[in-house]
Design a protein around this ligand. Structure first.
Ligand SMILES: [Zn+2]
Length: 225
């Protein structure tokens, strides 16, 4: 069995070939946060990966966080996701796709952001990582935009990097979090159904959610996963 955070709400099965076994001899020293470009549930994000797989595009992530803070694990921690277009980064990083607005600044909901802080505090505690951002791939918090011509994780999160690192490091230092602390931050209720839907703002699959901050143009329609 693989390794994943005790915060996880749902365990998903990644498609063979969209990740690699092991970490290529590296240890986990980084976290890379991505924006989903849509308010997608973990299952919805996995569905986007499947659509892209069908198009011949091999993409994955370790974790995904829905707009309500629900956490899914996709590629388990000991394996390398194909998420940031940089094999060296991804073999050292836990990659996390976070539900976001469908256009700049790709803002995260409070529930998603708060769970992201907790998930990262859990990861940093287990791998003894101090989170810091220096706008280069050498930092322990890296961004997709460092490796490709994308905005990902979007200007909303990018403007909060320092605040985010401080929040995660403080949470690690306090050491007061446990799985019980998280239970009230994600609650299944009738409103969850809304997250089965998401806004697709695109004219082609290339611009669809899951593209992590590609510039989006075109018409808007409502899709169901
Ligand atoms: Zn990305």
């Amino acid at each position: 069995m693989g390794t994943y955070s005790s915060l996880v709400d749902t365990v998903l099965t990644p498609i063979e070939g969209t990740y690699s076994q092991g970490r290529d001899g590296n240890t986990i020293t980084k976290i890379t946060v991505h924006c989903m470009v849509g308010q997608c549930s973990p299952e919805g994000c996995a569905s986007v990966f499947k659509d892209r797989y069908d198009d011949g595009d091999l993409v994955s992530c370790n974790y995904m966080i829905g707009p309500d803070g629900k956490i899914g694990v996709y590629v388990q921690e000991e394996d390398t996701s194909f998420c940031s277009l940089d094999e060296t980064n991804d073999s050292q990083a836990i990659t996390i796709e976070v539900a976001s607005g469908a256009s700049e600044p790709y803002a995260f909901n409070d529930a998603a952001y708060n769970r992201l802080v907790l998930l990262c505090a859990d990861i940093c505690t287990r791998y003894n990582i101090t989170l810091y951002f220096n706008d280069t791939p050498s930092g322990s918090l890296t961004g997709h935009y460092m490796f490709s011509d994308k905005s990902c994780p979007g200007t909303w999160f990018r403007s909060r990097y320092q605040e985010f690192c401080d929040a995660v490091n403080a949470k690690v230092k306090s050491g007061v979090f446990s799985p019980d602390d998280y239970d009230d931050s994600y609650q299944e209720d009738e409103s969850e159904a809304v997250y089965d839907y998401y806004l697709i703002t695109s004219t082609s699959k290339q611009d669809s959610p899951g593209d992590c901050g590609n510039k989006i143009t075109g018409s808007v329609y409502l899709g169901r996963w």
